[in-house]
Write a protein that binds this ligand. Structure first.
Ligand SMILES: [Zn+2]
Length: 78
């Protein structure tokens, strides 16, 4: 059994867009750790960058681009 290499994080949504659904993005765990240490933004699989936020709750809508890229990933590759 291998540990998951990604976590799903919430990207803060601008208050200006009311009808934009809140999406969550896949972020590599290595990036999250790096961000926590350096204070930088994390980079999602789809290329979105945003500050580290809370993890997604089960059933949260995930960014379709991240979802697609996530399915091409294999554990152990980076
Ligand atoms: Zn995404």
């Amino acid at each position: 059994m291998s540990a998951p290499i990604t976590e799903v994080l919430e990207r803060p949504v601008e208050e200006t867009s009311d009808d934009t659904p809140k999406l969550f993005h896949y972020v590599r765990k290595a990036k999250i750790a790096e961000s926590a240490v350096l204070g930088t933004h994390v980079v999602a699989l789809c290329g979105e960058t945003f500050p580290v936020t809370k993890a997604a709750k089960p059933g949260s809508p995930v960014c379709p681009d991240c979802e697609r890229i996530f399915k091409t990933l294999r554990p152990g590759t980076d």
